[in-house]
Design a protein around this ligand. Structure first.
Ligand SMILES: Nc1nc2c(ncn2[C@@H]2O[C@H](COP(=O)(O)OP(=O)(O)OP(=O)(O)O)[C@@H](O)[C@H]2O)c(=O)[nH]1
Length: 341
């Protein structure tokens, strides 16, 4: 086992892994951290599930470094990319002082954590500070109870089990009784992690950043093979897929609203997540669509959500659906029909 360094003299760059199911509020938390005047040079590594990335358009225009990894899942195929990115960050001048890794909503955090202990060069420069798991208070129980095919992990359970801190987000969407039920379920999976309650990821960042909460010894005590696992032992639920659509042209807001409302009302159970960056007829603003099961919302860059279209930026609509039983042709045709005449 690699020797642990004394945290008091450990000068390595702290890395915070932000995990949590699809739509739980990870990007909202990253934006909050980037907005905060903490005076640190922070780099963000983003990994999104799906064929079309949207999160780059949702992160605020920060001076910080944002690195995208969208060619696969961070917990299996792209671990090499993560190591390469960290290697590059380590050479930055002036030096990066903190790294945030936002995983996909379907990632198992264990192999991501393992990266910081199996690669010597990474271990020299970085230390895994904490695994933070975001929880959508409204939808967590549904995801914990989701029946998986034989041998397939439930990501929502894994993400909680591995958490050093749990952020119980979206309290505005649940009653006090519902919240208590969610807390009970979280404690049933992970009794040791501190639970921080909030809405819109509004928490005291001192409770999650540079807290030295990850303990290799503790993980090894419950998972003795943690450092030996090669990622091949965990299987994703292949019935959950994504459909990404990229389409040029201006959309008709009314048609889009009608189509999306009907789609989420009828298919919301299977549609875990939908999100998009959109171009509306007669508007220079970039619109953001956010869907989580049956809940949906539109916002625009005029309201401070996402970034406005940049000068010279090609105005292409990007929309992604993640869920079960997705019908690609139907989704493509439905979206295309929302184009303005
Ligand atoms: N009502 C409510 N909505 C929230 C809260 N926190 C975040 N949201 C909204 O939930 C949606 C998803 O938030 P994100 O931060 O994009 O979630 P995410 O975990 O990054 O999503 P993925 O990366 O797609 O897995 C957005 O529309 C947010 O504005 C909250 O506390 N309450």
């Amino acid at each position: 086992m690699p020797a642990a360094k004394d945290p008091a003299v450990d000068t390595r760059v702290p890395v915070t892994v932000i995990t949590g199911f699809l739509g739980s509020g990870k990007t909202t938390l990253v934006n909050r951290i980037l907005n905060e005047k903490h005076g640190k040079r922070v780099a963000v590594i983003e990994n999104e599930f799906g064929e079309v990335g949207v999160d780059d358009g949702l992160l605020i225009n920060a001076k910080e470094e944002i690195l995208e990894m969208n060619n696969g899942c961070i917990c299996c195929t792209v671990r090499g990319d993560l190591i390469k990115m960290l290697g590059k960050l380590a050479k930055r001048k002036p030096a990066i002082e903190a790294v945030l890794v936002e995983t996909t909503g379907l990632a198992d955090p264990a192999p991501v954590a393992q990266t910081f202990f199996v690669d010597e060069a990474i271990q020299e420069r970085f230390r895994l500070d904490a695994i933070i798991t975001m929880v959508d208070a409204k939808h967590l129980i549904q995801h914990l109870d989701d029946e998986k095919p034989e041998g397939v992990e439930n990501e929502a359970v894994e993400q909680l089990a591995f958490a050093d801190r749990v952020i119980l987000n979206k309290l505005d969407l649940v009653t006090a009784e519902e919240k208590e039920e969610v807390v009970k379920r979280i404690k049933g999976i992970n009794a040791g992690a501190e639970i921080l309650e909030c809405t819109r990821a509004d928490i005291d960042l001192k409770r999650i950043l540079d807290v030295g909460a990850f303990s290799l010894e503790r993980v090894m005590a419950s998972e003795p093979d943690f450092l030996k696992a090669d990622g091949a032992d965990h299987q994703h639920d292949t019935s959950v897929t994504s459909v990404g659509i990229e389409l040029e042209g201006e959309l008709d807001m009314e048609k889009l609203n009608d189509w999306m409302s009907t789609l989420l009302r009828e298919r919301g159970n299977d549609l875990f997540r939908s999100k998009g960056l959109l171009c509306m007829k007669d508007s220079d603003e970039k619109y953001v669509f956010q869907g989580i099961h049956m809940l949906m919302a539109f916002a625009s860059s005029a309201e401070g959500v996402g970034k406005a279209w940049q000068k010279g930026e090609k105005r292409v609509n990007r929309l992604v659906f993640i869920g079960r039983n997705l019908n690609r042709e139907e989704l493509n045709a439905g979206f295309r029909a929302c184009l303005a005449d």
